[in-house]
Design a protein around this ligand. Structure first.
Ligand SMILES: C[S@@+](CC[C@H](N)C(=O)[O-])C[C@H]1O[C@@H](n2cnc3c(N)ncnc32)[C@H](O)[C@@H]1O
Length: 233
């Protein structure tokens, strides 16, 4: 049942990012002009990416980093510029192709291997650090913890990810949204309270060797997301 839920949601996410929203996403993640609201989202996402990158060692030479749900690859590029060997994977082959096209030529000793598929694929191997920026926000909290447990098996030092922090206003807005036909729009974001997530992480047997440490909420116009750092003890 749990696996079926995960696969169903993963299918919706793939359809959304590979087809429905692919043009909007390509534009949002480019430097092309966007409307005021989208500009606030872009600014918030830039701050989030910078926050996550600041939680990685400055020198990533020789480190393996998984950009889990890489989208158009901006975070992978920054990590590779700091020397990492990045495996950047996304469900959407279209976004991965765009990410490949956008890779600058001046990565220095770093490199990026782009793949389309599931971030949980064991064939990806092991990593020092895993970063999932806004790639788990559409999964139910139980699935988020299961995904983290799967990633933990293959991560040596840290897992950095973001979640949609729940607050009463957001919960009400999403509740109202669910009353209306959903059509072709985005898969629902699944907000979760930080305390709830920390409790679920602390009680997951597969995450027993990990502790939840730094956290940072970023709110910018229509963008609200919160980063959480899991560190191997
Ligand atoms: C909101 S976008 C964020 C993309 C990128 N991390 C960024 O911040 O620009 C979420 C991405 O996560 C990807 N994703 C969601 N679940 C995934 C999974 N199980 N495996 C790989 N990618 C996944 C989606 O396809 C989508 O491109």
């Amino acid at each position: 049942m749990a696996q079926a839920d995960y696969l169903a949601r993963r299918g919706q996410i793939e359809t959304y990012f590979d087809r429905t929203a692919v043009d909007a996403w390509a534009r949002l993640t480019s430097t092309a002009p966007v409307s005021g609201i989208r500009a606030t989202v872009r600014a918030g996402r830039d701050r989030m990416r910078a926050t996550l990158l600041s939680w990685l060692p400055q020198d990533l030479t020789g480190r393996r980093v998984l950009d889990a749900g890489c989208g158009t690859g901006a975070l992978a590029v920054e990590a590779a510029r700091r020397g990492a060997h990045v495996v950047a994977i996304d469900l959407s082959p279209t976004l991965v192709e765009l990410a490949r096209e956008r890779v600058p030529h001046d990565l220095g000793v770093g490199r990026i291997e782009f793949l389309s598929g599931d971030m949980l694929d064991p064939a990806l191997g092991n990593f020092d650090h895993v970063v999932g920026m806004d790639s788990l926000i559409h999964y139910h909290k139980a699935d988020v913890v299961r995904v983290l447990a799967g990633l933990a098996d293959r991560s040596g030092a840290s897992i950095l990810f973001t979640f949609a922090p729940s607050n009463p206003l957001l919960a009400a807005m999403i509740g109202i949204g669910r009353l209306f036909p959903h059509g072709n729009r985005a898969p629902f974001i699944e907000p979760v309270r930080e305390e709830t997530l920390r409790r679920l992480i602390a009680s997951a047997p597969q995450l027993a060797g990990w502790s939840a440490e730094r956290t940072q909420r970023i709110a910018s116009g229509f963008y609200t997301s919160q980063a959480l750092e899991l560190v191997r003890r």
